[in-house]
Design a binder for this molecule. Structure first.
Ligand code: GAR
Length: 189
């Protein structure tokens, strides 16, 4: 049976799209079986609908604690038989409930060459710093912000100052690297 992936996203979902498309056309030998968002109505939910992927939307503030909403999420993940969790612009730190249940099976993509520029607006942080080699990292998730062992990285050389141009170069690299990395990981699960 095909392995099952859940994608967690908080926003636009272009990385969701890249992974779902790669599963649909066989570049990843798995199925995207669940989309989870902490931002009800985020554009990623429309992408999920187009791919026929069920969505779980929740508002963290409706729960007493991270433990409470992660326990709810774990129920959905188990029900669908999820093997791998891919964070794709999920702007929250993952807690112990999910980390313990999916040890070594939660990965994240981040738009910098980690460990530099963790957290929100990594691209803006790097531009501000004046870096000349930007990049993308994919890493195992631990309990720290954008921390955990790195699985794959790609560099993006850019010396200009056009943020839009740089963002589109970095996103293009993300959309290539994430499917490739997931394809490789899924074979070894
Ligand atoms: C991506 O650039 C991803 O690397 C970043 O959020 C963006 C989501 O875009 N993630 C982080 O910054 C995690 N700290 P998308 O919604 O279009 O996939």
């Amino acid at each position: 049976m095909k392995k099952k992936i859940a994608i967690f996203a908080s926003g636009n979902g272009t990385n969701f799209e890249a992974l779902a498309q790669a599963c649909a056309d066989g570049r990843i030998n798995a199925e995207v079986a669940l989309c989870i968002t902490d931002k009800p109505g985020a554009y990623v939910t429309q992408r999920a609908a187009r791919h026929g992927v069920p969505v779980v939307e929740f508002r963290p503030k409706d729960y007493d604690s991270k433990e409470a909403f992660e326990t709810m999420l774990l129920g959905h993940l188990k029900e669908k038989g999820i093997d791998l969790i891919c964070l794709a612009g999920y702007m929250r730190i993952v807690g112990d409930v999910l980390l313990n249940a999916y040890a070594g099976r939660i990965i994240n993509i981040h738009p910098s060459l980690l460990p530099a520029f963790r957290g929100a607006d990594a691209i803006g942080q790097a531009m501000e710093y004046g870096v000349k080699i930007y990049g993308v990292s994919i890493h195992f998730v631990d309990s720290t912000l954008d921390g955990g062992k790195i699985i794959a990285q790609a560099a993006v050389e850019y010396e200009g100052s056009d943020r839009e141009e740089l963002e589109s170069m970095i996103h293009a690299q993300e959309h290539e690297l994430y499917p490739k990395t997931v394809a490789r990981l899924i074979e070894n699960l």
